[in-house]
Design a protein around this ligand. Structure first.
Ligand SMILES: *Cc1c(COP(=O)(O)O)cnc(C)c1O
Length: 377
């Protein structure tokens, strides 16, 4: 009764008189994650999110047993053990590392720390979608530099830099193209940037690179005041736990730590992360598997109609004709029909492409068989 009469007395509130999200936020196109279900068909292989096809490190799984009697206490706030383990493994200084709840959190923290209304961030044409999201959330504007045949174009990136540019984001290798820039090209890009621009080098796929001309960027960070390297555990078996890390100059680490939540990385992530770093054997297996089956896809998928970009990551990007029998849509339908989920690319402006994660031997052979089947129809 009370409710009814109370409600009846509330005047019509104009739509404009309510909390209003910042302009930049409402311009963000909602992130479309990789499909996780095939729609009516039992999922047999999920190749849409670049996850490990060999599960997680058994050592990381075992380490989670330690959680049992620690669940009631806050985790160590700076992820100290994990920072020290990373520092040891990669030859870095632990106090110049920040751990995040996934590298997504770190990318958002970087954007919040260095960008605001009136600023610009330069991003490559097919750069990782989290960059424009994080940028627009601050009120800043993402500026896209055209690729050259699906490879980041250093000259175009530099040409996109203006007085308003505060951050340049580069994923190397890039997701979703899988292509990469050599260390020399990355250094040429960095050398062309004003010193007040923060160069964010996202090396999420560094573990899978086999080309010797590549470098993940730790030296570039150490040699400069304006470079941050961002890495993740997500592509090497621990996506569920959300563990990312960055290595940067003291002043950047100091600024980001002021904004970072005091307990941003949970206990399970810290325990499993340390154990995973000690499991050299697992990471080597993952790398060997990836190399074999990435080569296999690059050899067996291409045809007169299907192009596969050369990949240095744990996925390949396949490009299909816009019309005719072998489009991305027809291939995707055939894969889904067999319970195989790959990543549609419309949200990246690549509607004629499919991104296919490196999966099990069985899944890779089946993908080739299905694509060849559609292609030969
Ligand atoms: C997958 C991916 C990440 C990782 O994100 P997490 O939040 O650590 O899972 C970061 N950058 C790129 C380019 C990626 O593809």
């Amino acid at each position: 009764m009370f409710r009814a009469s109370f409600r009846a007395k509330v005047p019509d509130v104009p739509m404009t008189n309510r909390p209003k999200a910042k302009d930049g936020v409402l311009k963000i196109a909602p992130y479309v994650p990789g499909r996780s279900q095939a729609g009516g068909v039992r999922t047999r292989a999920k190749l849409s999110s670049n996850e490990s096809p060999l599960g997680a490190s058994p050592k990381a799984v075992a380490a989670l047993a330690e959680l049992n009697d620690r669940l009631s206490a806050y985790p160590e706030g700076s992820s100290r053990d994990l920072r020290q383990a990373l520092a040891k493994k990669h030859g870095l200084e632990a106090d110049r590392i920040v751990i995040g709840s996934g590298s997504d959190e770190l990318l958002h923290l970087i954007a919040q720390t260095y960008l605001g209304a009136g600023d610009e961030a330069v991003i490559s044409q097919y750069g990782f979608l989290v960059y424009p999201i994080a940028t627009m959330g601050t009120g800043a504007v993402p500026v896209f530099a055209p690729d050259r045949d699906y490879v980041v174009d250093v000259d175009a990136m530099l040409a996109a830099v203006t007085e308003r540019t505060k951050v340049v984001f580069l994923a190397n290798p890039n997701n979703p193209t899988g292509t990469f820039l050599t260390d020399a090209e990355v250094r040429r890009l960095h050398a062309g940037l004003p010193k007040n621009v923060l160069f964010v080098l996202d090396s999420a796929y560094a573990e899978y690179v086999t080309n010797p001309a590549y470098d993940a960027g730790a030296d570039l960070v150490r040699e400069n005041d304006n470079v941050v390297m961002v890495r993740t555990f997500s592509k090497i078996g621990l996506a569920a736990l959300r563990i990312g890390w960055l290595y940067g100059p003291d002043h950047v680490v100091d600024a980001i730590n002021r904004l970072r939540g005091p307990f941003n990385v949970n206990m399970a992530a810290q325990l499993a992360g340390v154990a995973a770093l000690e499991d050299e054997d697992f990471i080597q297996k993952l790398q060997a598997h990836n190399r074999t089956w990435r080569d296999y896809l690059e050899t067996h998928l291409p045809s007169n109609r299907v192009r596969v970009l050369p990949s240095q990551a744990n996925f390949v990007l396949a490009l299909f004709p816009e019309t005719g029998p072998v489009t991305a849509a027809t291939v995707n339908r055939a894969l889904l029909h067999k319970g195989i989920i790959v990543r549609e690319m419309g949200s990246y402006g690549l509607p004629s492409a499919l991104r296919i994660s490196i999966g099990s031997e069985e899944a890779m052979k089946e993908v080739v068989e299905i694509v060849r089947g559609v292609d030969n129809d």
